[in-house]
Design a protein around this ligand. Structure first.
Ligand code: SF4
Length: 497
């Protein structure tokens, strides 16, 4: 029997090789932090949406080993259909091995409506139509009349006012016509999927637009394993379509790029040249000097850490709003004296007011502030100013004084081979200081990047005292390294001039 699910079907529609690889080479599946966050968000929002229409039953059932008990879920679904239950969540169906669970199956007239819940803020995604057309196909094969199909997404304009409003948090979009138009192709696609999944050898499918859309494919590293490294897919800020064009025309490695004289911008050209031959770092002293002249002592090196809750936790905030919860600040005097200050909010409460107050105490309104990729810090400061008008004047002056330490790298004044075409602080720092263990993020305990910090902070409030103290220490050390790294990068710019 051919077993398939709606997630496999969606994978198949992105690229037929994805479900095959998931089945036969699961160890090659590399899930990045962004994808994992999307999955987690989906679960969180899915649970919340169950109550969207009031009373509901959820048929989710588990086996002793913790896995989903699909048979039990199907039995419970049948029972509730027979009883005429109004709202069935995770309603489960199986038609000859084709399995699907409907987020919310809602009784409507002589049939049912399907509500598919997404953590996204936009209903416009072709995958949602693929997903729900598969659901409608399976349900109708199981004898359930489906009248309408809806996509439930998060309303990005919803503002939490202290009382959570489920109806306002979600937006419901009728996609019945789109699903009906797609429905005819489901059977044909499933036949093809059955053929592909029964193949004992890997499907011969080359790289295509599907590798990056609708989502970056988790098998990309596997499918590009035989390409030279670096390849055109590593070129700095080149669109995926352009990379694909080069690849299809036989220009794959950087040798090909150089030999074929592919038109490149200055940074891409430097990336290729430095990769092909050992060179001393490229340093444009004149431009770096000009950049340094825009700065003035004392220098305030600032970095925020944020959380981005889908379900707003604090009054006046929206879904997915970046909430600053922590900062690190290094203050460098002209005589080389270095001072460190820091702030870490309490996850039990809205940390923004305390953070904004401390920020205005720590940073005078008229000093030079340095951030790395400053648009992030500037946006957070602007949002704090909007939230706390009494602090706005000072905060906006801080924002206006922020200079961007990424500029000398992003604008091409300083390039070394180790950067590999990336100017993030985590690429620039080891390229400049390859052997300094104090500047190595891997040597940190617990928290090594912003995603880990974002995931850890909301959990602090539920931790036992000792565990929490350790987690807070890890968060502080991580953020401190971000601004210390900026100080060291600044020192390097001074040194080369
Ligand atoms: S990387 Fe591309 S070719 Fe490989 S499985 Fe994914 S989508 Fe298909």
């Amino acid at each position: 029997m051919f077993y398939f699910s709606k997630s496999k079907y969606c994978d198949f529609r992105q690229c037929p090789k994805i479900p095959w690889l998931k089945k036969y080479k699961p160890e090659e599946y590399i899930i990045d932090a962004e994808t994992q966050a999307r999955f987690n968000a989906g679960n969180e929002v899915g649970d919340l949406a169950m109550g969207l229409f009031g009373e509901f039953v959820e048929v989710t059932a588990f086996k002793k080993n913790g896995g989903l008990d699909l048979n039990r879920m199907k039995v419970l679904t049948k029972q509730h259909l027979a009883e005429g239950t109004e709202n069935i969540c995770e309603a489960s169906f199986d038609y000859r091995g084709l399995y699907c669970a409907v987020d919310i199956l809602r009784k409507s007239g002589d049939g049912y409506d399907i509500y598919e819940v997404k953590s996204s803020t936009s209903p416009e995604n072709y995958v949602y139509i693929v997903d729900t057309s598969y659901q409608k196909y399976v349900l109708e094969k199981c004898g359930v009349k489906v009248n309408s199909v809806y996509i439930v997404t998060v309303d990005p304009d919803y503002v939490y006012d202290g009382v959570f409003d489920l109806q306002k948090f979600f937006r419901i979009t009728d996609v019945t016509d789109l699903v009906n138009a797609e429905l005819d192709s489901v059977e044909k696609n499933l036949k093809e999927a059955e053929r592909v999944m029964s193949m004992m050898h890997e499907p011969q499918i080359d790289l295509s637009e599907s590798c990056n859309a609708p989502y970056p494919c988790a098998f990309f590293a596997y499918c590009t394993r035989n390409l030279p490294s670096p390849s055109v897919f590593d070129l700095y800020r080149l669109g995926f379509g352009k990379k694909l064009e080069l690849y299809r025309s036989g220009i794959v490695g950087f040798e090909d790029v150089a030999a074929q004289k592919v038109p490149l911008n200055d940074i891409q050209r430097r990336q290729v040249e430095f990769s092909l031959e050992e060179r001393e770092p490229y340093i444009d002293k004149n431009m770096i000097e000009k950049f340094l002249q825009t700065l003035s002592y004392p220098l305030y090196f600032l970095d925020f850490e944020t959380v981005q809750p889908i379900i707003p936790q604090y009054i006046g905030t929206r879904p997915y709003q970046q909430i600053p919860v922590q900062y690190s600040l290094h203050i460098l005097q002209e005589d080389g004296t270095l001072e460190h200050r820091e702030f870490l909010g309490r996850s039990e409460e809205d940390p923004r007011r305390a953070l904004a107050e401390r920020l205005t105490e720590d940073i005078p309104a008229d000093v030079c502030v340095l951030a790395y990729n400053k648009s992030f810090e500037c946006s957070r400061i602007k949002e704090l100013a909007e939230a706390f008008p009494d602090l706005a004047d000072h905060l906006l002056k801080i924002r206006d004084n922020v200079k961007d330490l990424i500029d000398p790298f992003q604008k091409g004044y300083y390039y070394s081979r180790g950067m590999g075409g990336s100017f993030s602080i985590k690429s620039v720092l080891p390229a400049i200081y390859p052997d300094d263990p104090a500047l190595n993020y891997h040597n940190l305990e617990g928290v090594h990047n912003g995603s880990e910090a974002m995931e850890l902070f909301p959990r602090l409030k539920d931790m036992p005292k000792e565990e929490r103290a350790k987690a807070e220490h890890d968060l502080l050390k991580y953020c401190e390294l971000d601004t210390y790294a900026m100080v060291k990068i600044y020192e390097e710019l001074k040194r080369v001039c």
